[in-house]
Design a binder for this molecule. Structure first.
Ligand SMILES: Cc1ncc(COP(=O)(O)O)c(C=O)c1O
Length: 445
């Protein structure tokens, strides 16, 4: 069924090997057609009004909110959907509005996207401490003793925020969702970054109850870009304190009276005019995924990942050593469809990831290299120590300016990145086979 769907709905895949689903999912032709027909048939206006064109937009935005809640099995009595531009904007909303005070705590895993790491700057600016829980090679998981120690640092009666990804965008590790209740029982609000998880795994918010969940919809179904959301429990949203107001977020604001009143619920967090033409495409995308079935997508990606891992790890360099060094779990146990590694040459040195990317581009294979905006994952995988990094940053010429090339020079001799292959709902066996054939090209290099 998925093979037929791929042939029919994704004609561009006939000539591309697309292995970058974690960066961006692909869109089906019918998603575009349904969305464009909708726009052609109706007149949609700015929703900040009551005229018929405005009401038509409001209705579709409301429907999209309901569709998001349904998709995540989140009760509308308990959860709100705040539409944002992407997951990063949703994270920033939490960071800038979380009521951090001196002595409060922000706890996060090494394994996090930079858009989560950035919250530490809001925390520190308000006197809270930001603490990282390490991850450990070779599987790049968190050691439970470290997590226990981290959880024990919650400030009694204070505001404590714990943030982690449901699936690592670096290693594919799926960190336990059981951490949510465990953290909450010890006084933490939990921010779950679901951006790399939900395209191929079910997140049931009637079972798991983090306080905040962030998401970019293009990662789920490719189209539209520019729409994400913050899913928040109503009680958690009520805790947030916005540092400003803007068009759309207030009931009343006065110039002469120097006063404003924030709107209730999600509106208070949706700055300016929503992307009301794109948001209806979210409901279309969710329906598209539901019609295929998330469980089927999950199973397909699970099997293909196992096949990819098995073959990749069996390849040997001419010196008899493994061709790749994998950063993450070697089996499909508690991991998703993200496989990250470096190729090793016959001289036993890592082959520069930029060379791999260049060769992949030439072979019309789309993959990703570097650190994928996850520096904690990269530092652990590549063996870069805090001391080494601090001494680079302390050099005078690096006070305000530090390019990726400066970084390469500074940590001379070590890799600055890795190669990431990520599978998605319409990946097939031929994609994996083409990649393995490409990988074999590094034997003897
Ligand atoms: C785990 C994770 N979190 C957050 C993000 C940020 O998403 P966006 O760039 O859409 O804001 C990404 C993007 O790759 C991600 O993989």
């Amino acid at each position: 069924m998925l093979d037929e769907l791929r042939a029919k709905e994704y004609p561009a895949l006939a000539t591309q090997t697309y292995l970058d689903f974690t960066a961006g999912n692909l869109y089906a032709t019918s998603q575009l057609t349904r969305h464009h027909e909708l726009l052609q048939r109706h007149c949609f206006g700015n929703p900040h009004s009551t005229n018929p064109a405005s009401a038509a937009s409001t209705e579709l935005v409301t429907r999209a909110r309901r569709a998001v809640l349904r998709f995540f099995n989140a009760s509308p009595d308990e959860w709100d959907v705040v539409f944002t531009g992407n997951a990063s904007q949703a994270l920033k909303l939490v960071g800038e509005s979380y009521p951090f005070e001196p002595g409060d705590r922000f706890l996060l895993t090494f394994d996090n996207h930079n858009s989560v790491n950035g919250i530490r700057e809001f925390a520190k600016a308000r006197g809270a401490t930001a603490t990282y829980v390490p991850i450990v090679l070779p599987e790049m998981r968190v050691d439970d003793a470290d997590l226990t120690r981290g959880f024990a640092t919650a400030k009694r009666g204070g505001h404590n925020l714990f943030a982690y990804p449901a699936q690592s965008n670096f290693s594919g590790v799926q960190h336990p969702l059981e951490w949510i209740a465990r953290a909450q029982a010890q006084g933490w609000d939990v921010l779950l970054d679901a951006a790399a998880f939900t395209a191929t795994n079910r997140l049931d918010l009637s079972k798991w109850t983090p306080d905040f969940v962030v998401q970019s919809f293009y990662k789920l179904f490719g189209y539209p870009t520019g729409v994400g959301c913050l899913l928040a429990r109503k009680s958690a949203l009520a805790k947030l304190r916005r540092p400003w107001f803007s068009g759309g977020t207030i009931t009343v604001a006065s110039v002469q009276g120097d006063k404003y009143y924030l709107a209730e619920g999600p509106s208070a967090f949706e700055d300016g005019t929503l992307d009301y033409l794109a948001i209806p495409a979210v409901e279309i995308g969710l329906q598209f995924v539901e019609a295929i079935g998330l469980d089927l997508i999950h199973e397909r990606v699970h099997c293909l990942t196992g096949w990819l891992l098995e073959q990749l790890l069996s390849l040997k360099q001419t010196n008899g050593k493994p061709l790749v060094r994998l950063y993450g779990p070697p089996t499909t146990d508690r991991r998703g469809g993200i496989v990250t590694f470096n190729f090793y040459g016959a001289d036993a040195r890592a082959i520069d990831h930029r060379v791999v990317e260049q060769l992949a581009n030439e072979a019309n294979i789309c993959l990703r290299t570097g650190c994928f905006c996850n520096p904690g994952g990269g530092e652990i995988a590549l063996g870069l120590t805090g001391t080494e990094l601090s001494s680079c940053f302390r050099e005078r010429e690096h006070d305000n300016h530090f390019t990726i090339d400066d970084f390469r020079l500074c940590i001379d001799g070590k890799s600055t990145g890795a190669v990431r292959v990520s599978l998605g709902m319409v990946s097939d066996v031929a994609d994996v086979d083409r990649f393995i054939a490409f990988a074999k090209g590094f034997i003897g290099r």
